[in-house]
Design a protein around this ligand. Structure first.
Ligand code: NAX
Length: 332
């Protein structure tokens, strides 16, 4: 069996981590034959709760979970890690927009960027889940100059999974028969869920979702709004933000990054923008990507109509504003 890899999860006493830690421990992300040592970071007042999480992880009796290191010290948490799930942040509450959270949360990601820079492996793959995820990932990467910028990503996989599930439901097919829905831009209500290149496998034949549904109005309005507002809908119903589905999406994102995409398939990841599709450069923008050998590449050549271009401009503008606000907070 392979040597264990070290994996950090921040916000480890929180609700997303509670589902995510089990998924990582049992091999959903790095495979059933890859032993892991989990590093769990949270803040000092949460150390008691974290102790309970450690007890439960031990009680799961999972053979490939080779160690658990709970800590409130970023230097310990990020030491020699190969993968980092940055979940810890203040969660969005009912009625709050992501902008309200920005000031509080970017400071956390500056500190964690510095700690990654000093202590993590130089090829560490970093997934930011804590909101505002795209801008937090950008700040984190700025403060970790010795780690390649490509190694910092933000999670829009939950939005992608929501979109796949919604389309599968509309077509009445299993969710894994639908592929290549794209989430463009920010993980916020300005994101653009785009099904124009999506396909569905119907009894072994591949069709375009647009042709199967024959309902452009639904795809361009109700579908888009449902996905954009799904996070808020879960909060309104549960009085807490998405947790189980967010953990599943984080696990999916990191698994794809380590193990690659299937031929003909792409997934959405918030990655450093090179200006593809007219998106602003140097923000973390969600694009369709393929992954091979642990490296992502933005899928080129997808067609965007005028409405889609306007949606990309809107979400890109929001990311530029967030970047500006974050830099003001951090440089103050
Ligand atoms: P919880 O409040 O349950 O847990 C957050 C944990 O982070 C707490 O235990 C807290 O003590 C800890 N924490 C706070 N500051 C920390 C720091 N400096 N270092 C380490 N740990 C710290 O929130 P949860 O529901 O788990 O959500 C976590 C984050 O995910 C939130 O920012 C939330 O908004 C975000 N989400 C992102 C999603 C995405 O798709 N990108 C979807 C789900 C979720 O809304």
């Amino acid at each position: 069996m392979a040597e264990p890899i070290r994996v950090v999860v921040t916000g480890a006493a929180g609700q997303i981590a509670y589902s995510l830690l089990y998924m990582i421990s049992k091999g959903d992300v790095f495979g059933p034959n890859q032993p892991v040592i989990l590093h769990l970071l949270d803040i000092p007042p949460m150390m008691g709760v974290l102790e309970g999480v450690v007890m439960e992880l031990n009680d799961c009796a999972i053979p490939i979970l080779r160690g658990v290191v709970p800590t409130d010290d970023p230097a310990v948490a990020f030491k020699d890690v190969s993968a980092a799930f940055l979940v810890g942040a203040m969660p969005r509450k009912q009625g709050m927009e992501r902008k309200d959270l920005l000031a509080a949360n970017v400071k956390i990601f500056k500190v964690q960027g510095e700690a990654l820079d000093k202590h993590a492996k130089k090829d560490v793959k970093v997934l930011v889940v804590g909101n505002p995820a795209n801008t937090n990932a950008l700040i984190c990467s700025r403060y970790a100059p010795s780690i390649p910028k490509e190694n910092f990503t933000a999670m829009t996989r939950l939005d992608q999974n929501r979109a796949l599930a919604e389309i599968a439901r509309a077509i009445n097919k299993p969710v894994d028969s639908v592929k290549n829905v794209v989430i463009w831009g920010n993980h916020s209500s300005t994101q653009f869920p785009d099904a124009s290149s999506a396909t569905v496998d119907m009894d072994g034949k591949i069709f375009n979702v647009v042709e199967v549904l024959k309902d452009d109005v639904w795809l361009n309005t109700t579908f888009v709004e449902t996905i954009q507002k799904r996070g808020a809908a879960v909060i309104a119903a549960r009085k807490m933000s998405s947790a189980m589905s967010a953990a599943k999406a984080a696990s999916d994102h990191m698994r794809t990054w380590f193990r690659g995409t299937a031929p003909g398939e792409y997934v959405s990841m918030g990655v450093l923008s090179d200006g593809s599709y007219g998106a602003p450069k140097d923000v973390i923008f969600s694009f369709p990507v393929t992954v091979m050998g642990g490296k992502w590449s933005i899928v080129q050549g997808l067609k965007l109509n005028d409405n889609a271009k306007a949606m990309l401009t809107k979400t890109g503008d929001e990311l530029c504003e967030e970047r500006q606000e974050a830099l003001v907070v951090i440089e103050a």
